[in-house]
Structures are given as structure tokens and as C-alpha cells.
Write a protein that binds this ligand. Structure first.
Ligand code: NAI
Ligand code: 15L
Length: 280
């Protein structure tokens, strides 16, 4: 699956945050060819497979709270590139998002600046544009319409990426991931689904394509009904190979949501209707 540029000239040390998470468990294996050493980090211990990883001389494990600036500084020391997937991954009260996602992504960029790291791949989300309707097609220049505090935190991460490129020349690819799970769970995900293999291919291109500046790319497989146009990320050369189509019969056996159900109306689905929080 890996391309020639990554295997012939891998990074010396690549940091993956969020390594204990759903995607982290996949990426801590699939990113291995991209670096001589993979440094894995999360706030929680890595469970399945961690013993084997501990014994692997090409893997390092360093637990870290992204909200802790000094710990993130220490984490980034000695790495050549960062795949930043750590943080709160669904909607929560703002106070829960602030430390891991907003302070966390700031700490990652500050540490990158201080340690001379020149490339970041940022796990952004479709929830930065979640208030677009499902009958709209948008691209990377469409104004953001965050659907949640979570989406706002990803929007802030994208702004930091632009700032750190303009100010310090640190390049980023922000992947607005749709729904990256083993398979789509509902009708909305027939459009937003991103297979793990396509995600890995996209991260590889995001790490090794030269001169990306700050590129925003939508992360979806080659699904039949796509809402996202990746023309402004054409330089990455991302051509997804998988499609949600193979799951269509299974998904269409599910009851159809009501016509006004956010899951059927908005690109961000149910996230648009979450909250408010903390009124009592
Ligand atoms: P996940 O929730 O399974 O993994 C996130 C990881 O971040 C967890 O292991 C968690 O312990 C860690 N984390 C949380 N707070 C932390 C902190 N303060 N310090 C250090 N680590 C912390 O989420 P998943 O699905 O693996 O997603 C990974 C990334 O991709 C997240 O940033 C998420 O927002 C993003 N994403 C995922 C999508 C998907 O479909 N899976 C879609 C869009 C974006
Ligand atoms: C996300 O950003 C979340 O991290 C993930 O858990 C899913 O909710 C996904 O978006 C989605 O929109 O399906």
C-alpha cells in the first residue's frame, strides 16, 4: 500500500498522538513504514498490542496530556514530523474540549516551532463544515460552518495551521475526516465514510508531498454520493480506492430517518443538534 517516496526516504522519527484511540490503534501499525522510529502517545495507556510495541525497537511509547504544555514540548523533542490525532473526538461541553483540543493543538504547534518540526498532519473533521446541508457540494474554500464546540476546536486547529505556516513555515495538511470506521454505520456515513486504508494513503501523501503549505483535504473514500470536492488539494494526488457502496444493501435495510432528522439533513448529522451544555 505504501508509495515509493515514503519507503525510500522515511522520516527518522514520526510522532503519532491519539495512539490509544480507534484510529490510533490502526495507524500505529500502518504508519510504521513511514519512519525508522514511530513515537506513540496518548493520555491513556496503549492497550491491545502495546506489549509487542514496547518490545519493538522501532517504536517508542510516551504518555502525555496534550493540555500540559511542558509535557508536549518533551514529547515533540527529536521528532521530524507529527501526525496529530489526539484529543476529544466527539461533542462535549466547551470546558471539556478546551484543554485537549484547543490548548492541545496550540501546544503541538508551539513545540513544533521550538523543535524545528516542519510537517504536521492534523486530524480535522467534517464537523468544521457540519451545518452545510447534504444536498450541497462544498470545497476547501467554502466558509466553515462548525456544528459543535468540537467542530470549533478543529476549526481553530486549522487556523493555527495557517498561522504557523505563514509565520514560521511549518507545513500542515488538515484532513477533514468524514467517518473513519471499519464500515459505515448509517445512511449519512454512506457519503462520509473513509476506509482505514484510504486514510493511511492520505496520511502518507500528506507527510511526503512537497510544498503543501497549509492544505485542507476532505477525507472520504470513493463513495457514490460525495458532498466534498477536493480540487484545492489536487497536488496531494489522493485517489481513494475503497467505496461505501459494498455496504449499501446492509445500510439501506435500516429504517429511513424522518425528513427533518438532522442525520438526514446536515452534513454533520446529529452533531448540529447537540447541546446546550451546563444550563443547570
Ligand atoms: P478516539 O476518541 O478513539 O481517539 C482519540 C484519542 O485521543 C483517545 O485515545 C484519547 O485517549 C486521546 N486523548 C483525549 N484527550 C487527550 C489528552 N488530553 N491528551 C492526550 N490524548 C488525549 O477518536 P478516533 O476516532 O480515533 O479519532 C482520532 C482523531 O481523528 C481525533 O482527533 C478525531 O477528532 C479525528 N476524527 C476522527 C473521525 C473518525 O471518523 N474516527 C472523524 C473526524 C475526525
Ligand atoms: C468525527 O469527527 C468524530 O471524531 C467521529 O467519532 C464521528 O462522529 C465522525 O466525525 C462522523 O462525523 O461520523
Amino acid at each position: 500500500m505504501t508509495g515509493i517516496h515514503s519507503t525510500q526516504n522515511p522520516f527518522n522519527r514520526l510522532l503519532l498522538t491519539g495512539a490509544a484511540g480507534g484510529l490510533g490503534k490502526v495507524l500505529r501499525e500502518s504508519l510504521k513504514p513511514f519512519a525508522r522510529t514511530l513515537r506513540l502517545s496518548d493520555i491513556t495507556p496503549l492497550s491491545a498490542g502495546a506489549d509487542a510495541q514496547q518490545a519493538d525497537p522501532h517504536t517508542e511509547i510516551q504518555l502525555c496530556d496534550l493540555a500540559d504544555k511542558q509535557a508536549v514540548h518533551d514529547l515533540v523533542q527529536g521528532v521530524d514530523a507529527i501526525v496529530h490525532f489526539g484529543g476529544v473526538s466527539v461533542e462535549h461541553a466547551f470546558e471539556d474540549i478546551l484543554g485537549p483540543n484547543i490548548c492541545g493543538v496550540f501546544h503541538i504547534y508551539e513545540a513544533a516551532r521550538r523543535h524545528g518540526v516542519k510537517r504536521v498532519v492534523f486530524a480535522s473533521s467534517n464537523h468544521v463544515i457540519g451545518f452545510y446541508k447534504q444536498d450541497e457540494t462544498i470545497d476547501a474554500h467554502s466558509p466553515r460552518r462548525p456544528d459543535s464546540y468540537y467542530g470549533l476546536s478543529k476549526s481553530y486547529g486549522e487556523d493555527l495551521a495557517t498561522f504557523y505556516f505563514d509565520r514560521y513555515g511549518i507545513e500542515t495538511v488538515s484532513i477533514r475526516i468524514g467517518s473513519s470506521f471499519p464500515e459505515p454505520a448509517n445512511r449519512r456515513m454512506m457519503s462520509t465514510w473513509l476506509s482505514f486504508d484510504d486514510l493511511t494513503r492520505l496520511i502518507e501523501l500528506s507527510l511526503f508531498t512537497p510544498n503543501v503549505g497549509h492544505t485542507v483535504v476532505y477525507g472520504a473514500s470513493a463513495n457514490r454520493d460525495l458532498w466534498w470536492d477536493n480540487r484545492f488539494a489536487a497536488h496531494l494526488g489522493f485517489t481513494p480506492k475503497d467505496s461505501s457502496e459494498v455496504f449499501r444493501d446492509k445500510i439501506e435495510a435500516q429504517p429511513m430517518p424522518a425528513a427533518d432528522d438532522p442525520a438526514r439533513v446536515y452534513q454533520g448529522g446529529a452533531f448540529v443538534a447537540s447541546g446546550p451544555f451546563g444550563d443547570n
